[in-house]
Design a protein around this ligand. Structure first.
Ligand code: HEM
Length: 352
């Protein structure tokens, strides 16, 4: 039905508009469902999920991890990093705990995960054992990891935040799934922003989550290209954006790193074991350790947040707490999408 001008008549115009609107409404509904799906799953988590089935859960986990941190002070940093690596690869589902077997190379053995220290795994496995004694077969390793991380962050001076519970443990864990999901120290800011954006994090959240590098250490191989032979200008040439004395101290500390790859340096030289905003103050003074830390201060998009958090620890703590709550519900599995693993390092069905 066309008008004399070759345009649709007003009736067919309105029919086609109605069809258009219906189609648009259907597409909008579909988009809403797709966008809402991950958060619907996360919304199934609750603060009191184990109130009836394991009422002492939080107490048990914090007792175990606090003892572990006192005996092994590297536990907090190790667990925080482990949590990040677990969540950004397929969701917070303890998939990083599963051991490789003859049929499957698991996440833990992916190149990017080989440097995850044993302390974090050990803290969670000990907590799981203690929890199993009181409430067998009820609490997931994924929930224990989330609680342990929060407790350890708080214990070393960081902010407290709420952990909603009810995550199930993953039914799959493959080394291949790690590829392309984790940031690496030599990424450009664009690549870092892109890697975080893929997981739903903003530029500000990239900066605030990087504040986790206020604790722990990095092996020399992770920043060697910044302190030796930088720009092909001789063995002792270092990245000129580094504080010269800081670079010289790192050059000395790492002198033997090729022979002894275990040599490492503190991420935050000033207060290495304390969760505070010194990381950002260091960045402003050319004392960021990894290239990926340093670029946060050289790029215009990220520098304002570095300045904000360097000046205001309360802002850092508030934003870090929010970002950690967001990280802790990333891609969580509920219902039949996962299981409550009996042991964190094995699927219940060993043939999978
Ligand atoms: C922005 C991108 C990031 C990059 C490129 C990056 C890279 C690294 C690297 C290379 C190390 C040293 C590993 C080693 O030598 O053993 C490290 C350590 C660490 N990372 Fe990150 N990371 C990033 C973001 C994060 C985030 C978002 C968190 C947590 C929320 C985190 C937590 C940690 C912690 C706590 C350590 C110290 C681990 C320890 O002492 O055992 N990192 N990171």
């Amino acid at each position: 039905m066309t008008s004399t001008h070759g345009l649709p008549s007003s009736r067919s115009w309105s029919i086609s508009m109605t069809r258009h609107r219906r189609a648009a409404a259907t597409i909008a509904a579909l988009v809403a469902v797709i966008v809402l799906l991950p958060s619907l799953t996360a919304a199934e988590l609750t603060l009191n999920y184990y109130e009836k089935t394991c009422p002492k859960l939080e107490e048990i986990v914090s007792d175990v991890v606090i003892t572990k941190q006192i005996t092994n002070p590297t536990t907090a940093a190790g667990t925080l990093r482990l949590f990040f690596h677990d969540c950004v690869v397929g969701g917070c589902d303890a998939s990083t705990f599963v051991s490789t077997n003859a049929f499957n190379k698991a996440e833990r053995d992916a190149d990017d995960n080989l440097s995850l220290p044993g302390d974090g795994f050990d803290a969670v496995i000990r907590a799981k054992t203690a929890v199993e004694l009181q409430c067998p077969g009820v609490v997931s390793c994924a929930d224990i990891l989330a609680l342990a991380t929060r407790d350890l962050v708080t214990m070393v001076g960081g902010p407290y935040y709420h952990i909603r519970l009810g995550r199930k443990d993953a039914l799959v864990s493959t080394a291949a799934s790690v590829v392309g999901n984790l940031p690496s120290p030599n990424m450009t800011v664009d690549q870092l922003i892109g890697t975080f954006a893929k997981k739903g994090f903003t530029v500000q959240e990239l900066v605030v989550l990087s504040g986790a590098h206020t604790v722990g250490f990095s092996h020399c191989s992770e920043f060697a290209s910044r302190i030796y032979g930088y720009g092909g200008r001789g063995q002792n040439a270092f990245d000129p954006s580094m504080h010269p004395r800081y670079a010289a101290a790192l050059q000395m500390a790492c002198a033997n790193y090729t022979k002894d790859p275990t040599i490492a340096a503190f991420n935050d030289l000033m207060t290495p074991g304390k969760f505070d905003n010194k990381y950002y103050q260091n960045l402003l003074r050319g004392m960021g350790l990894l290239a990926s830390d340093n670029v946060l201060v050289t790029d215009e998009r990220t520098r304002p947040y570095v300045q904000l958090y360097a000046a205001n620890q309360t802002a850092f703590f508030n934003d870090f707490a929010h970002a950690m709550e967001k990280l802790s519900v990333l891609g969580v599995k509920t219902g039949s999408k996962g299981e409550i693993r009996r042991r964190c390092d094995e699927f219940n069905n060993l043939s999978t």
